[in-house]
Design a binder for this molecule. Structure first.
Ligand SMILES: Cc1cc2nc3c(=O)[nH]c(=O)nc-3n(C[C@H](O)[C@H](O)[C@H](O)COP(=O)(O)OP(=O)(O)OC[C@H]3O[C@@H](n4cnc5c(N)ncnc54)[C@H](O)[C@@H]3O)c2cc1C
Length: 744
C-alpha cells in the first residue's frame, strides 16, 4: 500500500572514530547533496565508533539544514528520561532538526559487558514501549504537574517536564518481530527496518501488522512513516536502483529511503541520479493512480477539531500557516500573555494577502473571530474558545522608508522591544509603551502611552499611514490624503475597523536616556499621590514617570516610581528627577544612563494565560486631594493588588481632541487598578469613577457597553458609528470594545 508520504532521502553513516572528522564530513556532504536526513548507528559498547549522541550534537552544530537522527538509538543503554531532555535540547539548539530513531538493543553480550542488565525479547519491547511514553510525557510541558510514572522499567517520582522541543520530534522504531511491529502501530511515528534483514514479502507483512495495531489504537495507518535503510552498491546504475525502489514506495509504502554508504562518490550519484529519477517515477505513478501525497493529520489531532470550523475547506496557502488544537505548536498560541484560551484554529498569515484570505475564511465559519498581534491585550479579546484567531506575530518586519524624514514602516506583529532595537541603530526611538513585549498592532490602534509620551505624544500621533485589511477583504492604505476618515478612526479605535497589517511612523531622535527607579514609604498614600501628581504636572516634558501602589506588604506600605528623562546629561537627569524623588520618604533609588532600547528590553514571559486579571481604568486631569484620598481608600480596601498611575499630558494635549479617535487629550494621567474579584473591584472602583473624565480602553477589562461611551464621547462615537457602518456594516470586528453599527 502507498501511504502517500512525501518521498525523502537520507544517509546512514558509520560513526568511525579514526579519523574522527570523517563522519562529520560525510554528514556535511549529505547536506550539500540535498539529502533530507543524516543518520548514524548507535553502538555505545563499540570503541571503534564515536559515541553517537556526542556525534549527533557535533554534526548538528556543523550543519544548517539537514535533519539528524540515531539509526537507531540503543534504549537499554540510554536512560529514557535523560534521552528525552537531551533530544529536546538538541532539537532546540538545532532549530527543530532532530528526529528520534529508537531500538531495543540486541548485542547483549557487549551490552552486558557494559553493565546493562540482559533482557528477554519480550522485556526489550516492554522497555521500549515505556521509554516512548516517558519521553513523550517529559516533552509535554502543556500537561499539568510533574511526571509520575510507575512502569516495570522506569519509575519517575515527580520529574519536572521539559524542555519542550522546537517541533514535534517524530519517533521511529527499528524492529522486525510482530510484538515490536504492534508497538510501532500503537505508538510510533515511523517504522525503520533495514532492507538487508528482510526477505521478500516481509515489508508487506510488517505493514499489515503495523496497520492493524494502528487501527486498534484508533490511529490512521498513514500517520506512520515507513523508512527503510538500503545498503550501498557503488557500481549500480541509477535505473537499477529505481527499478528496485519504485515498488517499495508504491506497494510497500516506503516514504524515506536511507542510503547506507560511506562512499562520497556513491552518495553523490545516489543524490543526483537515483533520488530525482525515483521522485519523478513516483510522482508519475501517483498521478495516474490518484494517490494524494502529503502529510496526514493524526486521528488524535482530528478528534480535537471543533465542529463549526470547516478545516478541510482551508485554502492550501492558509493550511500551511494554520495551527489546530491537535498540533504541536498549539500550546504556544492558544493563550495570550494574560488570558487562557482554546481557539479552534489559529492562522498565522505571512503577508497582507494571507490576512485577507484568513479573514474571508473566518467570516464563512460563523465562530468568534479574534485579532492578535503581540498577544498582550488585557481584556482577553485576542484569544477565544472555539473560534478563529488571526495572529499577525509572523508579520514583524521593521523597515526604514525614508531616512531623511525618519519614516519607518513597522508590521503589526513586531514587538516594541524589537522596534526600539531597530531604531536605536539610527539614534531614533518611538514612544510606545513601558514594556517591550507588547505588540505593535494592539497598542498602535488604541493610543500608546509610553516612556516618552509627555515629550513626543502618543504612538498614534506619530502615525502617517496604515495598511488595513477591511471587513470585506479589501486592502487599503490610509493616511491624511487616502481614506482620511479611516485614518482618523484607526488612531484610537483601530480594532473596530479592520486588521492593520503595517504602520508608517515618523520617529524621533532619541539617544541615551536617564532611567530612574524610586521606592518610597507610602504610609501617606494620598499625600504621595497628590504630591507626585503635582510634581509631574510641573515637570518639563522630557520627564515621564509612572507610579505604582499596592496593598501593604508585611505591614509596610510601599510605592514605586519608574520613569525616563530624555536626556543623556547626568546633571539634567538628576535635576529633572529630584522633585519626583522628594514626594515621599525615599527608601531606595537608582538612576541609570541607558539606551532607550535598553529600557524597553524586558524579557517576555511565555504566553500561557497567567493572571487573568480584572482591571478597571480611567483618565483623569489632576490628582486632586479628594481623588487621592479615595484612591488611598481603594488601595487599603484590599480589592486591588496593583494600582498604577501613568503620566500622559504634555505633547498629548497639543493634538486637538477631534484630530484622532483618541479624544481625551486634556487628561494628565491614566489610572489602572488590577484586582482578582470582579465584584469587589467594581464595587470599590465605583467610589473613584466620578473623578474620571474618560477611559483608555487598553487597560480595561469590563465589557459593559458603558465603557465604550466613556472611551469615546458622544460626538466621537457618532462619527465612529457612521464610519463603522461604512467600513464594517456586518460588524465583523466586534470582539473588542464594540462600536455597534446598528446603534442609532
Ligand atoms: C505588560 C503590559 C504592559 C503594557 N504597557 C502599556 C503601556 O505602557 N502603554 C500602553 O499604551 N499600553 C500598554 N499595555 C496595553 C497594551 O497596549 C494593549 O494591551 C495592546 O492591545 C497590546 O497590543 P498587542 O498587539 O500585544 O495585543 P493583542 O493581544 O495581540 O491584541 C489586543 C487587541 O488589539 C486589537 N488588535 C491587535 N492587533 C491588531 C491589528 N493588527 N489590527 C487591528 N486591531 C488589532 C484586537 O482587538 C485585539 O484583541 C500593556 C499591556 C501589558 C500586558
Amino acid at each position: 500500500m502507498d501511504y502517500g508520504h512525501q518521498l525523502e532521502f537520507g544517509t546512514f553513516i558509520t560513526p568511525v572514530n579514526a579519523p574522527p572528522q570523517v563522519a562529520v564530513a560525510r554528514a556535511q556532504l549529505s547536506e550539500r547533496l540535498g539529502y533530507d536526513l543524516v543518520t548514524f548507528q548507535d553502538h555505545p559498547y563499540q570503541p571503534a565508533f564515536l559515541d553517537t549522541w556526542t556525534l549527533l550534537t557535533w554534526v548538528a552544530a556543523q550543519t544548517e539544514r539537514i535533519r539528524i537522527a540515531g539509526n537507531v538509538l540503543n534504549v537499554p543503554m540510554r536512560p529514557a528520561p535523560v534521552l528525552a531532555r537531551a533530544a529536546a535540547s538538541l532539537d532546540l539548539l538545532s532549530g527543530g532538526r532532530f528526529e528520534m530513531g529508537l531500538g531495543a538493543g540486541g548485542f547483549w553480550d557487549a551490552m552486558e559487558a557494559m553493565g546493562v542488565p540482559r533482557r528477554t525479547p519480550g522485556e526489550s519491547v516492554g522497555q521500549l514501549a515505556e521509554a516512548i511514553d516517558v519521553i513523550r510525557r517529559l516533552w509535554d510541558t502543556d500537561a499539568k504537574g510533574t511526571l509520575r510514572f510507575e512502569g516495570d522499567y522506569y519509575r519517575l517520582r515527580g520529574a519536572k517536564r521539559g524542555p519542550r522541543p522546537a517541533h514535534h520530534i517524530p519517533i521511529a522504531v527499528g524492529g522486525y518481530k510482530p510484538r515490536m511491529l504492534r508497538l510501532v502501530g500503537a505508538k510510533a511515528d515511523g517504522w525503520l527496518p533495514s532492507l538487508s534483514y528482510l526477505k521478500p514479502g516481509d515489508l508487506a507483512a510488517g505493514n499489515e501488522i503495523i496497520d492493524a495495531a494502528a487501527r486498534d489504537a484508533g490511529r490512521d495507518p498513514r500517520e506512520i512513516r515507513r523508512l527503510l535503510n538500503v545498503s550501498g552498491d557503488p557500481g549500480r546504475p541509477a535505473e537499477q536502483w529505481v527499478e528496485q525502489l519504485l515498488p517499495l514506495v508504491l506497494s510497500d509504502g516506503v516514504g524515506t529511503i536511507i542510503l547506507g554508504s560511506d562512499d562520497p562518490g556513491e552518495m553523490q550519484r545516489f543524490a543526483e541520479e537515483v533520488a530525482p529519477a525515483l521522485r519523478a517515477a513516483v510522482a508519475r505513478e501517483r498521478a495516474s493512480g490518484g494517490v494524494a501525497a502529503g502529510p496526514v493529520r493524526a486521528a488524535a489531532a482530528l478528534a480535537k477539531r471543533r465542529e463549526d470550523i470547516d478545516y478541510d475547506g482551508l485554502p492550501e496557502s492558509l493550511a500551511a500557516v494554520a495551527i489546530e488544537p491537535g498540533d504541536f505548536g498549539y500550546a504556544g498560541v492558544r493563550s495570550t500573555y494574560l488570558r487562557g484560551g482554546a481557539p479552534g484554529l489559529v492562522l498565522q498569515p505571512r503577508d497582507a494577502e494571507q490576512v485577507a484570505g484568513a479573514l474571508a475564511f473566518a467570516r464563512d465559519q460563523d465562530v468568534p473571530l479574534a485579532l492578535r498581534s503581540g498577544g498582550h491585550g488585557i481584556s482577553g479579546r485576542s484569544t477565544n474558545d472555539g473560534g478563529i484567531v488571526i495572529d499577525l506575530s509572523r508579520m514583524n518586519r521593521i523597515e526604514v522608508l525614508d531616512e531623511a524624514h525618519r519614516l519607518v514602516r513597522v508590521e503589526a506583529g513586531a514587538r516594541w522591544t524589537d522596534v526600539a532595537s531597530a531604531l536605536a541603530a539610527h539614534g531614533w526611538a518611538l514612544s510606545s509603551g513601558d514594556y517591550g513585549g507588547v505588540g505593535v498592532g494592539g497598542l498602535a490602534t488604541a493610543g500608546g502611552i509610553g516612556w516618552l509620551v509627555r515629550e513626543h505624544g502618543l504612538t498614534i500621533d506619530h502615525l502617517r499611514g496604515a495598511s488595513v485589511v477591511l471587513a470585506d477583504g479589501t486592502r487599503v492604505s490610509c493616511s491624511e490624503t487616502e481614506h482620511p476618515d479611516l485614518f482618523w478612526a484607526v488612531r484610537g479605535a483601530g480594532a473596530n475597523f479592520g486588521i492593520v497589517t503595517a504602520f508608517d511612523f515618523v520617529v524621533d531622535e532619541v539617544g541615551d536616556v536617564g532611567f530612574g527607579q524610586f521606592v518610597y514609604d507610602a504610609t501617606d498614600a494620598a499625600g504621595l499621590l497628590q504630591r507626585w501628581g503635582s510634581a509631574m504636572e510641573a515637570a518639563p516634558r522630557d520627564v515621564t514617570t509612572n507610579l505604582i501602589l499596592g496593598p501593604p506588604r508585611r505591614g509596610q506600605a510601599l510605592a514605586q516610581v519608574y520613569g525616563v528623562v530624555d536626556s543623556s546629561i547626568p546633571d539634567v537627569i538628576i535635576d529633572r528627577l529630584q522633585p519626583i524623588a522628594d514626594v515621599a520618604p525615599l527608601l531606595d533609588q537608582q538612576v541609570q544612563l541607558v539606551p532607550y532600547a535598553g529600557v524597553m528590553n524586558v524579557p517576555d514571559a511565555p504566553h500561557d494565560g497567567r493572571g487573568e486579571p480584572v482591571a478597571r481604568s480611567g483618565l483623569i486631569e489632576h490628582l486632586t486631594p479628594e481623588f487621592s484620598t479615595a484612591a488611598a481608600d481603594l488601595i487599603r480596601s484590599g480589592a486591588v493588588y496593583f494600582f498604577q498611575v501613568r503620566s500622559v499630558g504634555g505633547a498629548v494635549a497639543d493634538v486637538p481632541a477631534d484630530a484622532t479617535a483618541y479624544p481625551h487629550r486634556s487628561a494628565n494621567f491614566s489610572v489602572v487598578a488590577f484586582g482578582s474579584s470582579k465584584e469587589r473591584l467594581d464595587a470599590a472602583w465605583a467610589e473613584l469613577a466620578p473623578y474620571f473624565s474618560g477611559l483608555y480602553l487598553s487597560f480595561e477589562t469590563d465589557q459593559r457597553p458603558e465603557r465604550v461611551a466613556e472611551a469615546w464621547p458622544e460626538k466621537t462615537l457618532d462619527r465612529l458609528r457612521t464610519l463603522k457602518r461604512r467600513y464594517d456594516p456586518d460588524n465583523v470586528f466586534r470582539d473588542n470594545f464594540n462600536i455597534d453599527p446598528a446603534a442609532p
